[in-house]
Design a protein around this ligand. Structure first.
Ligand code: SAM
Length: 298
């Protein structure tokens, strides 16, 4: 039988099951084996690898993962796809499909139970684009034992994730990802490899989890408030942006000025020029100014 990730077989499966796409769930299925194989070659998958997939759809990517990996656990939110996947993935006994919203799933238990026999666990997914950032942060913030991520996403989001300082795409998302991982763009993907083709361009990003976060901070909530706050209005200086996120920031501008100078950061700089190490210095300095408090809602 032909592979699922081909135009002919995909049309056949959709037809046999009377399946119609739900745009609201980001359903754009891969119909090109070459793209999938290129990614899987880079992901270095062996029969000792355990895989977590988000959104298997009709199983195009899942099938290729099942052929190479030890075990695949695939989370699919759309209940209508469960009987389809039972059918299309029936030749593979190393796949477990879980009908759950990935943002509510207990991935840690899955890793310690379903993927217990594997040497390493990685994530491979053609993500639902409407929730790319929440999904990645859901995985990273939990400190899960996942070594690497190979994820397809909207091109602009991939560029933000992998951007460094002084570039148009650099922002608080770049810093959050850099805190947990080493990220790089693996390849661009044309719209023509999907059914139906999405309205946006796509990109595949590799993220390798760091053994420890890139900078040493005890209070991650405060650290990320300080990074997000610096980009509130991109064209404003860090001092002006911070005067909006600190309690009574406008009256305490002088103290904010001192706090930034103590960190060795010129208050006239903009967030986009600051590295994650610069933000770690700001964080340390802010902690030594007990009168300066970031607002709860920041
Ligand atoms: N992996 C398939 C492929 O490449 O052909 C389908 C990818 S499609 C871009 C995204 C898939 O994610 C869809 O099957 C969609 O139903 C599923 N999905 C959307 N939101 C989800 C969520 N919160 N949790 C789990 N799956 C979700």
């Amino acid at each position: 039988m032909k592979d699922i990730a081909t135009v002919g077989r995909t049309k056949q499966i959709l037809n046999d099951h009377g399946f119609t796409f739900k745009k609201s769930l980001g359903q754009n299925f891969l119909v090109d084996l070459n793209v999938i194989r290129e990614v899987l070659d880079k992901a270095d998958i062996t029969d000792r690898t355990g895989i977590i997939e988000v959104g298997p759809g009709i199983g195009s990517l899942t099938e290729q993962l099942a052929k190479r990996a030890g075990k695949v656990v695939a989370y699919e939110i759309d209940q209508r796809l469960i009987p389809v996947l039972e059918d299309t993935l029936s030749p593979y006994d190393n796949v477990e499909v879980v009908n759950e919203d990935i943002l509510k799933a207990d991935v840690m238990t899955t890793i310690s139970e379903s993927l217990a026999g594997c040497d390493e666990v990685i994530v491979v997914a053609n993500l639902p684009y409407y929730i790319t950032t929440p999904i990645l942060m859901h995985f990273l913030e939990q400190n899960l034992p996942i070594e690497r991520y190979y994820v397809m996403m909207q091109k602009e989001v991939g560029e933000r994730i992998s951007a460094g300082p002084n570039s148009k795409s650099y922002g608080s998302l770049s810093i959050a990802i850099d805190y947990y991982t080493e990220a790089r763009v693996v390849q661009n993907v044309p719209k023509s490899v999907f059914m139906p083709p999405p309205n946006v361009d796509s990109i595949i990003v590799e993220m390798v989890r760091r053994k420890t976060p890139k900078v040493d901070v005890d209070d991650e909530v405060l650290f990320f408030k300080l990074t997000r706050g610096a980009f509130g209005q991109r064209r404003k200086t860090i001092l002006n942006n911070y005067s909006n996120i600190f309690e009574n920031g406008k009256e305490k501008k002088e103290a904010l000025h001192q706090m930034l100078e103590q960190a060795g950061i010129d208050p006239r700089r903009r967030g986009e020029s600051l590295s994650i190490e610069d933000f770690a210095k700001i964080y340390q300095s802010a902690r030594s100014f007990p009168d300066l408090k970031v607002s709860d809602g920041a």
